[in-house]
Design a protein around this ligand. Sequence first.
Ligand code: AMP
Length: 396
Amino acid sequence: MAKKSIKDLQKKDLEGKKVLMRADFNVPLDGTTITDDSRITETLPSIKYLISNGAKLILVSHLGRPKNGPTPEFSMAPVAKRLTEILKQEVKLAPDCIGDKVKTLVNGMKNGDVLLLENVRFYKEEEKNDPEFAKKLASLADIYVNDAFGTAHRAHASTEGVTHTLPAYAGLLIEKELTYFGKALSEPKRPFVAIIGGSKVSSKIEVLKSMLDKVDTLLIGGGMSYTFYKALGYNVGKSICEVDYIETAKEIMSLAKEKNVELLLPTDILVADDFSADAKTKVVDFKAIPDGWEGLDIGPKSIETYVNVIKKAGTVIWNGPVGVFEIDQFAKGTFAIAKALADGKAISIIGGGDSAAAIKKAGLVDKIDHISTGGGASLELLEGKILPGISALLDK
Ligand code: AMP
């Protein structure tokens, strides 16, 4: 079901209105210095749309995982400072996110002003989705906007609770996420290919099964491959392998047959004698992984096969690296996939987390159609789950 976005609100609906927008300003910090401000810059389209239409914009976010209430190291102060620089207008930081002091600040706002509330996770009620806390937060505003895709899979007070008393709209970032994933999952340009990698089968069962209902080809890579090889009866040496999931791997392979989905496993493997940057390595056939060695990347033949599948694809969704890309000598496969996606004609969608990090590391961000801003949230979308922060928004 399509959701209403702030584009459904015009100047007449926004001018002079107090708008509470949930953003994901959970930025990486080195002390009080923001080391990567992309989470802030990604929300700028929504911020600019709202203030240019005369809204009084109240921003709310979490930062880190404060356990014991207000703590200076988790203050939103660095975000307020950065927003002030980027927007070239003062973004005040409220001393709290609810209460009379905040209300007074909100009442003093002029059209187009921006106020940032203090870390919403200073209250344990936030993650508990406490209704009273949600009401207090909602009482600050007339309209609610959610632009925090990264937390949309959690029913928290600032992502779901507030929608019980405020009309709720998607921000432009969430709208973009829904457009890309929605289109790919419901009417993909074919052939539709999913590349699912990462360390374990156990954390990707749902996404693997759900993809089998949608894609033409499923490319498997990374640590999870070895559980599949074991299920086929081969030796995997010291490679990561989840023996408790051998039956699951068998089930996934037989589901693929049943649904006529081409499921490919790497046919050659880069094995190492140690999980380290200076390990000895060699390329072996997947049926011949020697004892004492572990597979840490896909081999050159598999790279060629996977790149060719990607080249011919109409849509590609990628979640999870195909090797231990954090170590240079095991990163070749993952970077080759990244490059194939960047060079290819397919609509390319990257789930957040590690695959997004690999794309960034490879310097290919600009060549990908959509890099999701939420690892967990995008995985849940791919699993076919309903995200509470999204279902709570008004239907179109
Ligand atoms: P995930 O969080 O499940 O998507 O897994 C990502 C992690 O899987 C990355 O940190 C990779 O280093 C790791 N990974 C990828 N391939 C392998 C492999 N062959 N053996 C062990 N870990 C791997």
